[in-house]
Design a protein around this ligand. Structure first.
Ligand code: ZN
Length: 58
């Protein structure tokens, strides 16, 4: 298999469940870090959870 590109972290608004791609933040160690949006554009909530940690229920 060819190499798999790094998948950006995604964040889910806990209030309205819209998914946002995380913002890539460079770090001095060379690793990519992803930061959640500061505010949901749809509902204004600031509560986000990583999509990987989001329970897939309902
Ligand atoms: Zn929202």
């Amino acid at each position: 298999m060819s190499h798999v590109p790094e998948r950006p972290h995604e964040f889910v608004c806990e209030n309205c469940h819209i998914i946002y791609a995380g913002t890539v933040m460079g770090s001095e160690s060379g690793e990519h870090q992803y930061e959640s949006p500061t505010e949901c554009a749809a509902c204004g909530s600031t509560a986000f959870v990583e999509l990987d940690a989001y329970p897939h229920t309902g």
